[in-house]
Design a protein around this ligand. Structure first.
Ligand SMILES: Cc1cc2nc3c(=O)[nH]c(=O)nc-3n(C[C@H](O)[C@H](O)[C@H](O)COP(=O)(O)O)c2cc1C
Length: 191
């Protein structure tokens, strides 16, 4: 098998992982870290990421982050993530990820562009911490509603647009935006 074939086979295998419904946790003092290039391909993953994701480092480097994408994660949140990064801004987001063994784990992610010596964006960086379960109880039904709506649309672009509109509407009804909502959960949960 050529390098390309084995890469394609491993990526395919990672994509067909079925969620088992088993939730995984990690330490409150631990940080899950990855770095990516400009296309979002993983260039660095720390040992906490490998352990919690149940994927070896050699199977991660060069892969897109979507290999740990959970089917219940709304596309709208990733659209917001990439729009924010392209704007050279940082984002805090609640994300549920799928591990290589089918377990899932929730994180509060802080994703930022990495700036090079000439002020140019050279890649992206994500630090993820263990969220408070009370915050997850708030965000989970919102994500479930968004993902269900998105699934009704076949084309990925349509699904992301409809999801983004619905997310905007749900947040507007709460008189907030994603950033402030995430912080209200984070601070409220920590209180
Ligand atoms: C630094 C960085 C970290 C990311 N972390 C995750 C992550 O933990 N989980 C995830 O599903 N996507 C993550 N993404 C987003 C993915 O690149 C991708 O947009 C997302 O998984 C949606 O995949 P899809 O377009 O195949 O549906 C990250 C992107 C960047 C730039």
């Amino acid at each position: 098998m050529s390098d390309f074939d084995s890469l394609a086979a491993a990526t395919q295998a990672a994509r067909t992982v079925r969620p088992t419904g088993v939730e995984r946790s990690f330490g409150q003092d631990e940080v899950i870290v990855t770095k990516t290039d400009l296309k979002g391909r993983i260039t660095y993953a720390n040992d906490v990421f490998c352990r919690v994701s149940a994927i070896e480092e050699a199977d991660l480097l060069g892969r897109p982050h979507s290999i740990i994408r959970h089917p219940e994660m709304p596309k709208a949140v990733f659209q917001l993530l990439w729009d924010t990064l392209k704007d050279r801004r940082e984002l805090f987001a609640y994300v549920v990820n799928l591990a290589g063994d089918g377990a899932h784990y929730w994180v509060l992610a802080h994703v930022t562009p990495s700036i090079g010596p000439n002020g140019e964006v050279v890649g992206y960086h994500s630090n993820r911490r263990l969220p408070d379960p009370r915050a997850i109880r708030e965000i989970e039904p919102i994500y479930r509603t968004l993902a269900a709506e998105e699934r009704r649309h076949g084309r990925a672009a349509d699904a992301a647009r409809v999801g983004a509109d619905l997310l905007h509407q749900m947040l507007a009804e709460r008189n907030t935006d994603y950033d402030r909502f995430v912080w209200s959960l984070t601070n409220g949960a920590a209180a």
